[in-house]
Ligand binder design. Structure first.
Ligand SMILES: O=P(O)(O)OC[C@H]1O[C@H](O[C@H]2O[C@H](CO)[C@@H](O)[C@H](O)[C@H]2O)[C@H](O)[C@@H](O)[C@@H]1O
Length: 262
């Protein structure tokens, strides 16, 4: 990853000029407010319907790029079904009704998860087992974040090469190197209906930085929601509410933007 600039104050995301756009969306912290537990988030009917309209307006050039699995993304947004790169790109569904294709991922982390859980020995820490990815959520026990990070770093040192640790939002995740949002964005940009369009990516986390890099390289627009640390994103939006309002203003409501759709 490029070295990140120190500046935290970015210009606010501008209104987009007329053009052929492709839209990539992170889910948690970007479209959905954070909740105490990963299962406690909810999707409003308005958001579901907004995304459905945008998908139609952009001729299907819309994809979730998320750390959630494709299955969980589908469940959250049901009955809306979009294109998705799940597990940070370790799996993807390139067409809404197409198959979910999974990378040859390294071994399941369940045993490691059990060991870390036993070590933390605290009912308030939630360990999310996502097959080859392990997420430790300390939102309900912030005092355990440092210890959780230490345990995951120790596990990383003992694993074969090919993994990395990424800070999450109120937690930490251990994942294979192949799990990278930038690669997921590039995969979509190489196929219809994304190819030839200018990409926009909204994300809010450290794991989104890699996606922002791919977007910047492609001459697109990278937007970090509520930036709290260094970022390569070009623009910012202050919170989830503003991110959704920006999406609506740029891709749904404006008659000028209706002309942008394919
Ligand atoms: O790439 P994203 O779509 O942003 O997903 C990142 C992770 O999001 C989820 O965890 C985060 O959101 C939870 C619900 O608000 C919150 O409880 C947790 O503290 C956050 O870290 C999800 O559970 C992870 O699997 C995703 O990787």
């Amino acid at each position: 990853m490029n070295s990140l600039p120190k500046a935290l104050s970015l210009p606010a995301a501008p209104d987009l000029p007329e053009g052929q756009w492709a839209l990539f969306l992170d889910i948690d912290g970007t479209l959905l407010e954070h909740a105490a537990h990963p299962d406690a988030v909810s999707v409003s009917d308005q958001l579901r319907s907004l995304l459905g309209v945008i998908d139609e307006r952009l001729g299907g050039a819309v994809a979730f790029i998320t750390g959630r699995s494709v299955e969980v993304a589908d469940r959250l947004f049901h009955p809306l079904k979009l294109r998705v790169a799940g597990l940070y790109g370790l799996e993807h569904r390139l067409a809404p009704d197409g198959p979910v294709v999974a990378a040859d991922a390294p071994a399941d982390m369940a045993a490691l998860a059990d060991a870390i859980e036993a070590e933390l020995d605290d009912g308030q820490v939630h360990i999310e087992r996502k097959g080859p990815i392990l997420a430790i959520h300390t939102r309900a026990a912030p005092h355990l974040l440092a210890r959780a990070t230490e345990l995951v770093e120790q596990a990383l040192a003992e694993l074969p090469k090919g993994y990395r640790v990424i800070p999450g939002n109120a937690g930490v995740e251990l994942m294979p190197l192949e799990a990278a949002k930038g690669a997921a964005v590039r995969r979509f940009m190489a196929i219809s209906p994304f190819t030839g369009r200018r990409p926009v990516f909204l994300g809010d986390d450290t794991a989104d930085e890699n996606g922002f890099e791919a977007i910047n390289e492609a001459g697109g627009i990278s937007i970090r929601v509520r930036p709290r640390g260094p970022t390569v994103a070009q623009y910012q939006l202050d919170d989830v509410t503003r991110a959704i309002a920006w999406l609506a203003a740029n891709f749904e409501a404006s008659p000028a933007l209706a002309r942008k759709a394919s």
